[in-house]
Design a protein around this ligand. Structure first.
Ligand SMILES: Cc1cc2nc3c(=O)[nH]c(=O)nc-3n(C[C@H](O)[C@H](O)[C@H](O)COP(=O)(O)OP(=O)(O)OC[C@H]3O[C@@H](n4cnc5c(N)ncnc54)[C@H](O)[C@@H]3O)c2cc1C
Length: 319
C-alpha cells in the first residue's frame, strides 16, 4: 500500500519538513488547539472510556478523574487494545479486532550527533533530499529474501536502510556547524533467539550492524566524527507508545491489502466508529489510509463533522 500511496503523494504534493524538526509540527498544532479554546492535558493517562446508555460519555483517567464529552470521544484505540479501554463491546467485534494482523517486522532507529555534516558517497546533492531510502541489494529476489528472514525473527546482514542528515537543509536542527544522521532499518520485534526480551542486551550489537550498512552510503560516519548515538529498538518503540505500537508495529496493524480501505483495521471498525456504541470515533494509523502521518485524522474529522451537521469544507477552507 505504501508503495502506491507514498509515491503518489510525494509526486503530487511534495514532501514537507517542519523547520527545527518534526516536533515543531506538534508544537504548532498545540498552539492552534489552544488558540481556538481547546485544552491539552499532558501526563494524563486515560484508563477507560465511560459508557452510558449505548453512548461514549467521556473518559476516566488513571487517577480517577472523569472528563465528560459534550459532542464525541475520539480515541486512538488500535484493535488489539480496544477492549481494554471500552467495556461491553460485542464479543465478535472484539475477537475479530484482536485477530487483526500485525506487521511481521518493526523498525530499529539510530540517531547520531556528528561533528561535521553527513557526506554521502554519491555526492553532495544526495544530502539535500528530505527522505533517502538506500538499498544494499539490486535484485528484488534478494530483498524478498531479506524480508523472509525478518519474518522468521532473523537479522540479515544485507538490509534496506533509510535516513539522512536533515541539518544539511535545516541548520536549526543542530548546534551551529554540527551535523546529524538519523537512520532506520527494518528489524524483527520477536528475535528468533531470545524473543523480544533479548533486545535490551542485543541493541548495541544491532546498532553496530546497522552502522556498517549506513557506512556503505555515508562517508563520514566514522568514530572521529561521531559525538554520540542513541538507539531505539522495536521493544523501545513499543515502550514509547504501548497502546499504539503493539509489538513494535509502527502502523498499529499491518498495511496489507486485506486490511485497507473500509477493512482497516477490520470490517467492523473500518467505518471510523464502533458498532453498537454511539459517539466513539477511532483515529490513528491503524485506520484507513494507514501509513501514520499522512492523512491520519482527516477521515475521522470529516465523519464527525457530518454527524454533527457541520460543513467540513467551509470550516477548513476559511481556517
Ligand atoms: C521510526 C519510525 C518511522 C516512521 N516513519 C513513518 C513515515 O515515514 N511515514 C508515516 O506515515 N509514518 C511513519 N511512522 C509511523 C508514525 O510515526 C505513527 O504511525 C504516528 O506517529 C502515530 O501517531 P499517533 O498520534 O496515532 O500515535 P503516537 O505517536 O504513538 O502517539 C500516541 C500517544 O498517546 C499516548 N498514550 C498512549 N496510551 C495512552 C493513554 N492510555 N492515555 C493517554 N495517552 C496515552 C502515548 O504516550 C503517545 O504520546 C514511523 C514511525 C516510526 C517509529
Amino acid at each position: 500500500m505504501g508503495v502506491y500511496a507514498f509515491v503518489g503523494i510525494m509526486h503530487s504534493h511534495g514532501v514537507s519538513q517542519p523547520v527545527g524538526g518534526s516536533g515543531k509540527l506538534s508544537e504548532s498544532l498545540a498552539r492552534c488547539v489552544e488558540h481556538y479554546g481547546g485544552e491539552i492535558r499532558c501526563n494524563s493517562e486515560v484508563r477507560k472510556v465511560m459508557v452510558s446508555d449505548g453512548r461514549a460519555a467521556g473518559v476516566e483517567l488513571s487517577d480517577g478523574e472523569r472528563i465528560l464529552a459534550r459532542d464525541a470521544v475520539i480515541g486512538a484505540l488500535p484493535p488489539h487494545v480496544i477492549s481494554r479501554f471500552v467495556e461491553g463491546l460485542d464479543p465478535g467485534v472484539v475477537q475479530r479486532a484482536e485477530r487483526a494482523s500485525l506487521a511481521p517486522f518493526s523498525l530499529f532507529v539510530s540517531h547520531y550527533d556528528l561533528r561535521n555534516k553527513a557526506q554521502f558517497h554519491a555526492g553532495p546533492d544526495v544530502g539535500r533530499a528530505t527522505m533517502l531510502t538506500m538499498m544494499s541489494c539490486d535484485r528484488l529476489s534478494d530483498m524478498l529474501d531479506d524480508f523472509d528472514e525478518l519474518r522468521r525473527g532473523r537479522v540479515s546482514k544485507r538490509r534496506l536502510v533509510a535516513g539522512g542528515d536533515e541539518s544539511i537543509k535545516d541548520p536549526t536542527c543542530v548546534p551551529a556547524g554540527k551535523g546529524m544522521f538519523h537512520g532506520m532499518t527494518f528489524a524483527p520485534y520477536t528475535l528468533a533467539e531470545g524473543g523480544a526480551a533479548r533486545w535490551d542486551e542485543y541493541k548495541e550489537e544491532f546498532g553496530d550492524l546497522s552502522l556498517q550498512a549506513y557506512r556503505t552510503f555515508v562517508k563520514n560516519l566514522t568514530p572521529d566524527n561521531i559525538i554520540a548515538r542513541t538507539l531505539c529498538s522495536p521493544l523501545d518503540l513499543e515502550r514509547s507508545s504501548p497502546n499504539s505500537m503493539v509489538k513494535g508495529d509502527v502502523h498499529g496493524v499491518a498495511p496489507y491489502f486485506y486490511q485497507n480501505f473500509a477493512h482497516r483495521p477490520t470490517p467492523d471498525l473500518g467505518r471510523l466508529s464502533v458498532p453498537g456504541l454511539d459517539n466513539l470515533y477511532l483515529v490513528g494509523p491503524f485506520m484507513h489510509p494507514g501509513g501514520g502521518v499522512f492523512g491520519a485524522g482527516r477521515g475521522t474529522a470529516i465523519k464527525i463533522f457530518d454527524d454533527l451537521g457541520m460543513d467540513f469544507e467551509r470550516v477548513t477552507r476559511n481556517g
